[in-house]
Design a protein around this ligand. Structure first.
Ligand code: ATP
Ligand code: MG
Length: 262
């Protein structure tokens, strides 16, 4: 039997902001094809860990590998090109651009700009690349059900559809690993269960997914495995059932509730 190697390996990763250790010596492996949840109280370090994985924030120490290749130290666009797509907790949509343009910039647009095109420079190779980007963007919009809105201004989309636009932008880079930061935030119950089905479908097509969510029932329903961060440390890692009855997890959540009520 061939051993399944992890798609993403996080090894003793730490990020400090001044005196605050936002991510504290976290290690984890995400297997190819997995759908893993990452939960934890507010300020636990979930978004920071996503920023470290996607290169938006440099690590203070530690190593992150994608399919065996070290990606720590690379620029975000280089990491995107190697196959990590992400969404942002605060949507990064350009309201005055069309839906299509929102998807074809971002990870795709980073790789090249096309300033020479009006000059007739670049030739066949640039044209082929442009065509590829157009196709990836169209495919991604179709995948999230936004083809009909491609030429609308993003500002005209409902909040729910803007969340799918954010996912489409990540998918347009044809990622191997999709990391989603609170995709269900602000969605109602029906929208949340549609999103759950959609994420499961993507995973069923072979896409590896790492999901940060505060909606516990969503995480517990769709994730095979759940990791828990608290104060920057990984305090639990197991099946939803294991994590739900873990004493350290319960204490971390009760602790923040006590603070909130204090
Ligand atoms: N750029 C930064 N500079 C200074 N401190 C930061 C920075 N980014 C995050 N932090 C701090 O790091 C800690 C972890 O924040 P982070 O946003 O990663 O938490 P989170 O788990 O995503 O929380 P939430 O559930 O509220 O989104 C917090 O104390 C936060 O204030
Ligand atoms: Mg966050």
């Amino acid at each position: 039997m061939v051993a399944m190697s992890a798609l993403l390996e996080i090894e003793a990763v730490t990020r400090r902001f001044g005196g605050l250790t936002a991510v504290d010596a976290v290690s984890a492996e995400i297997a190819q094809g997995a759908l893993v949840g990452l939960i934890g109280p507010n300020g636990a370090g979930k978004t920071t860990l996503f920023n470290l994985i996607s290169g938006v924030t440099p690590v203070t120490s530690g190593t992150i590998r994608l399919a065996g290749e070290t990606i720590t130290g690379l620029e975000p666009y280089q990491i995107a090109r190697r196959g990590i797509g992400r969404t942002f907790q605060n949507l990064r949509i350009f309201p005055n651009m069309t839906v299509f343009d929102n998807v074809s910039v971002g990870p795709l647009g980073h790789t090249r700009n096309f300033w020479w095109e009006p000059l007739g420079l670049g030739g066949a190779r640039a044209a082929a690349e442009r065509e590829q980007i157009t196709k990836s963007a169209r495919d991604a919009l179709a995948r999230v059900g936004l083809s009909a809105e491609a030429n609308e201004l993003a500002a005209n989309l409902s909040y729910g559809k803007r969340k799918y636009l954010e996912i489409a932008r990540a998918l347009a880079g044809r990622p191997r690993l999709l990391i989603l930061d609170e995709p269900a935030a602000g969605l109602n119950e029906r929208e949340t269960s549609e999103l759950a089905r959609f994420i499961r479908e993507l995973n069923g097509e072979g896409l590896t997914v790492l999901l940060v969510e505060h909606d516990m029932s969503l995480v517990m329903e769709i994730c095979q495995r759940v990791m828990v961060l608290a104060s920057g440390r990984k305090i639990a890692d197991g099946t939803p059932a294991e994590v739900q009855r873990d004493a350290a997890v319960l204490a971390a959540y009760l602790g923040t509730e006590d603070e909130a009520h204090a």
